[in-house]
Ligand binder design. Sequence first.
Ligand SMILES: [Zn+2]
Length: 151
Amino acid sequence: MAITDKIYLKNHRQIASQLETSIPKSAFSGATLDLLFQGEQLSKLDEATQERVLDFATDFLDCDCESNPYCGHPERKFVSYLLDLRAQGLGPDAIVDVMGDDYMLYAYSGDVLSFLDDSVRSLEAIEELADVDGRKEAAEAARERRRDLSG
Ligand SMILES: [Zn+2]
């Protein structure tokens, strides 16, 4: 499972009761995205929640793809968001706190930790492949990114 399958709405119950419907806990599930980003639904939410939902839409659902939000960009952008927080020196617990403040989302810090470990391992693999192929720039880019993530 991708990390984006393990990102949840922090105030899930509250949102469900404001929308007067059941809604999946998972933030990136299709049903959640559909429910939250239909204009009329949004207006049922309290102001603080609306703001976070709109921030989330602006930051992750802003591409022009016809299949938005199912084009894969929202998930990829969220992964970069997590990696950037890590590159700023944040650990898994702090990353969970920040996504809560920014978007009212939460994840288990153990899931964030294994996501970060996996990312470092993929970068190592990219680095080795690029070294073998003699692609120095690609290898160096992966190396730098890995150093950022290793904090
Ligand atoms: Zn897209």
